[in-house]
Ligand binder design. Structure first.
Ligand code: KIV
Ligand code: ZN
Length: 511
């Protein structure tokens, strides 16, 4: 097959919907907007921005993303219910290319126990919903939830009828990650060949990773005729996650000889998109994660290092540069100028407006005074702090702790409220963090539960900055915060305050 005959596979990214639904992966509005902008830059074809009926916050974020993203379609997920589709229509009103994505389960176990519907009722609802969605939106996708465990001929029938009703994409999910690659590929071929009118719609797949096969199954589906793949950055998603975008895209790229299929993804944007999702969710990828893990391009064994030095291709099937990992060419420190700093941001795939750049550059200079060498991870943390934070209800003014081995700790903190007043409090605790977090809770007058407190070093070495991630919860809702500082107690306070500010913004300022 010549280059010109390559099939174009659509990439449907659901990091902001299926990904965000995963435990511990929630994002606030500025974070979601930043991720959406990065996905647009990455070149995905469709961004599934959320599930508008599920909460006012989700509707608002789909609406905000729809108003900003221009170069790809924005989808909103809806059950096959008019009220869901109405919420989808409202959220997508400003989208340049809106897509309504309706879903209904077709497997015996889902129809009987969850939906309590007969197959005939499911078919009727699916068709009625696609017809209803079509009144507002030309681009309608229908998903047969749990399609892989459904009767293939029933799925073909439902797909045929929804295509007749106007669906432009029909999606075949392996909702519970049960399929094996060869049988999944065969099933996709069967669906493609036996669905009436299939030539009028795109066939999509959506694979979950319960057996670690989501990418393999999606690739097998592409080899057997699938036109669209649904995936997430870093593979985040329900339970064991979804197919990972970076693995799918690079598999097609590296093995283009086998698939003759390509995507519209600019692979050099992959690493920065992965880092952004890690930063905003606080969910790290494992070091040996394909494509974006810390060790993905590290060669430890002497024999491998020797081989790579002699000829890269001995042990590398793709270059780190092809996924946007740039080697640190220049060391940045206190003598580095604004131009060098800006260039490094560009190399890292990070873009900020001029005002934010001024602020970040000033902070970079402060940091460079404390640390000899400022690493890419340090810079990334500075950018992240500015780019995705919510308005601050509480600002850190001063803090001090007194701690020792026998007597516990005392902490004093002074915060400034956005209305200008200062609040200061001293508290005792089991340790320095406990005492300070207690003092903050007393000042804000709320007691969220601390669900996660994680502290690490941004880079190796004792001069590294400390990076803290906290997750707090109250009344069934969750907020994340991250903080970075050369002092680990300060990074903890910053992280806790970031989460508190996200909570205040959600609970007070926006309601
Ligand atoms: O896994 C699944 O079946 C889904 C559908 C809503 C597409 O996420
Ligand atoms: Zn899913």
């Amino acid at each position: 097959m010549t280059e010109r005959e390559k099939r174009r596979i659509r990439v449907f990214d659901t990091t902001l919907r299926d990904g965000e639904q995963a435990p511990g992966c929630s994002m606030n509005l500025p974070e979601k907007i930043e991720v959406a902008k990065r996905l647009e830059k990455l070149g995905v074809d469709i961004i599934e921005a959320g599930f508008p009926i599920s909460s006012p916050g989700d509707l608002e974020s789909v609406r905000a993303i729809a108003g900003i993203v221009k170069n790809c379609a924005v989808a909103g997920l809806c059950r096959c219910l008019e009220k869901d589709i109405d919420a989808g229509k409202e959220a997508l009103a400003k989208a340049a290319s809106p897509r309504i994505h309706v879903f209904l389960a077709t497997s015996p176990v889902h129809m009987e126990y969850k939906l309590k519907m007969t197959p005939e009722q499911v078919l009727e609802h699916a068709v009625a919903s696609v017809k209803y969605a079509k009144k507002f939106c030309n681009d309608v996708e229908f998903s047969a939830e749990d399609a892989f465990r459904s009767d293939p001929d029933f799925v073909c029938k439902v797909f045929g009828e929804v295509i007749k009703a106007g669906a432009l994409t029909v999606n075949f999910p392996d909702t519970v990650g049960y399929a094996m690659p060869a049988e999944f590929g065969e099933r996709i071929r069967y669906i493609k060949e036996h669905t009436p009118g299939m030539e009028k719609a795109a066939l999509s797949v959506h694979c979950h990773n319960d057996l670690g096969l989501a990418v393999a199954n999606s690739i097998s589906a592409i080899a057997n005729g699938a036109d669209q793949v649904e995936c997430t950055i870093n593979g985040i998603g329900e339970r064991a996650g979804n197919a990972s975008l970076e693995e799918l895209v690079m598999a097609l790229k590296v093995r283009h000889d086998l698939f003759s299929a390509e995507t519209g993804i600019d692979s050099t944007q992959i690493y920065s998109a992965s880092r952004l999702v890690t930063q905003v969710t606080g969910v790290k990828v494992q070091p040996n994660k394909a494509i974006v893990g810390d060790n993905a391009f590290a060669h430890e064994a002497g024999i491998h290092q020797h081989g790579v030095l002699a000829k890269r291709e001995t042990y590398e099937i793709m270059t780190p540069e092809s996924v946007g990992i740039t080697p640190n060419r220049m060391v940045l420190g206190k003598h580095s100028g604004r131009h060098a700093f800006e260039e490094r941001l560009k190399d890292m795939g990070l873009s900020v407006d001029a005002e934010t750049l001024d602020k970040i550059f000033a902070e970079f200079k402060n940091l460079a005074d404390k640390k000899k060498v400022v690493s890419d991870r340090d810079i990334e943390a500075l950018v992240m702090d500015k780019a995705v934070s919510v308005p601050e209800t509480w600002k850190l003014d001063h803090w001090a702790v007194n701690t020792g081995s026998a007597l516990g700790a005392s902490g004093v903190i002074r915060l400034q409220h956005k209305d200008g007043r200062h609040e200061k409090l001293v508290c005792l605790g089991d340790g320095p963090i406990d005492s300070i977090f207690k003092a903050i809770n007393q000042i804000i007058g709320k007691e969220p539960e601390l669900e996660l407190y994680e502290i690490g070093a941004i880079t190796g070495g004792s001069s590294s900055q400390g990076e803290t991630m906290v997750k707090i919860a109250m009344d069934g809702r969750r907020w994340n915060g991250r903080g970075v500082s050369t002092d680990v107690i300060e990074s903890s306070i910053k992280a806790y305050l970031a989460a508190v500010n996200a909570m205040e913004w959600d609970l007070t300022d926006r309601e």
